[in-house]
Design a protein around this ligand. Structure first.
Ligand SMILES: *[C@@H]1O[C@H](CO)[C@@H](O)[C@H](O)[C@H]1NC(C)=O
Ligand SMILES: *[C@@H]1O[C@H](CO)[C@@H](O)[C@H](O)[C@H]1NC(C)=O
Ligand SMILES: *[C@@H]1O[C@H](CO)[C@@H](O)[C@H](O)[C@H]1NC(C)=O
Length: 314
């Protein structure tokens, strides 16, 4: 090949590379904050921006209601409905999106994945300290006007209609020694986890199972999520506070109520344990465990043969 020919083929390769860069559109993500947080707080805005900076993908902190106050006082079923309406209205997400959830925001995230009729598809879901199997105690809210109300509610009958309708964490409070009341009166987690016999909805399972990656991050010094293993779907057995069961030992997993086992068998669940307190994640752990799932992945754009499910090679 002459010098000219070489130059020309370099140009062709460069153009082809540029074309590829141009063609692979980044999948956007949404961030769902936890309790006592809101998108306008620097900490939450910064985290979304950090993920965008590191991944190169557009990110949106999705607010529900008025932020901090509603994160405590709006029931999660309503929060999930609002999130569903919002994602359906966001043009940016219409081709599908990824989710990063923090703490309680993970229960909104799973509501989006399982309950949102007609919503855009969710590809990768990265959960930071999600109380997926419930919590056995509610953290106190603290100072502030709505906190006085929330802390009063925490002391009440947590499975009463009134508290279920006015205190968000009551929707995932699961007292293992009070399972009858929990299954009958808790208005959120039993449905989300397909826990109620005869009321299991296979649509929720099908939707959850369609995730490409499920990343469950547990914080080793988490004192907010009790037990912290709930972030991996581990919990206490029905009727007792011990022994603590791993996800794989729970009926949710063995009977595959929401497809966690199916996803795990397919190698799509990453059980990640990081150092640190509740949602205090070191930047290097963010880079290692979160960012890769927000970047373009061959698998998310790979075309498969409909019959064999094998990837198509060009
Ligand atoms: C947000 O990020 C900026 C830039 O990295 C930093 O200077 C600032 O301290 C951060 N703020 C908070 C509240 O984390
Ligand atoms: C994100 O990148 C912008 C532009 O480089 C920078 O100004 C900002 O501080 C970064 N923010 C964070 C949270 O990393
Ligand atoms: C299950 O959930 C889907 C989606 O929300 C709904 O259309 C369907 O009616 C539900 N099925 C049952 C048996 O409740």
């Amino acid at each position: 090949m002459g010098n000219k020919g070489l130059k020309r083929s370099c140009v062709v390769v460069a153009v082809a590379l540029l074309a590829m860069v141009h063609v692979s559109v980044s999948v956007p993500f949404i961030m769902l904050h936890g309790i006592s947080a809101q998108c306008s707080n620097a900490r939450d805005a910064n985290f979304t921006q950090l993920l965008t900076n590191l991944s190169g993908s557009p990110g949106f902190c999705l607010e529900i209601g008025n932020g901090v106050g509603d994160s405590w006082l709006m029931p999660l079923a309503r929060q999930a409905e609002i999130a569903c309406e919002k994602v359906k209205q966001m043009k940016e997400l219409s081709q599908g999106y990824n989710i990063v959830g923090r703490s309680q925001g993970n229960l909104v995230a799973r509501g989006l994945i399982e309950f949102c009729d007609g919503g855009p598809p969710v590809y990768n879901y990265i959960s930071l300290a999600g109380p997926h199997a419930g919590i056995s105690s509610v953290p106190m809210c603290g100072s502030g006007l709505f906190c006085k109300l929330a802390d009063e509610l925490i002391k009440g009958d947590i499975y009463s209609d009134f508290i279920q309708d006015h205190l968000a964490p009551s929707g995932y409070l699961k007292i293992p020694t009070d399972m009858t009341k929990y299954l009958e009166n808790s208005k959120y987690l039993p449905k989300l986890n397909n826990e109620i016999p005869n009321q299991r909805n296979s649509t929720y399972k099908d939707r959850f199972t369609s995730l490409q990656n499920l990343v469950l991050i547990k914080f080793q010094d988490d004192k907010v999520i009790v037990p912290k293993d709930s972030s991996w779907f581990g919990f206490y057995p029905d009727g007792e506070f011990e022994p603590l069961l791993s996800a794989q030992q729970t009926k949710l997993y063995t009977e595959d109520w929401i497809g966690l086992k199916t996803l795990d068998d397919a190698g799509k669940v990453k059980f990640v344990s990081v150092a640190g307190e509740h949602i205090r994640m070191a930047d290097e752990d963010v880079v290692k465990h979160v960012v890769p799932y927000l970047q373009d992945q061959p698998s998310s754009v790979q075309r498969v043969n409909r019959k064999t499910k094998q990837p198509l090679h060009p």
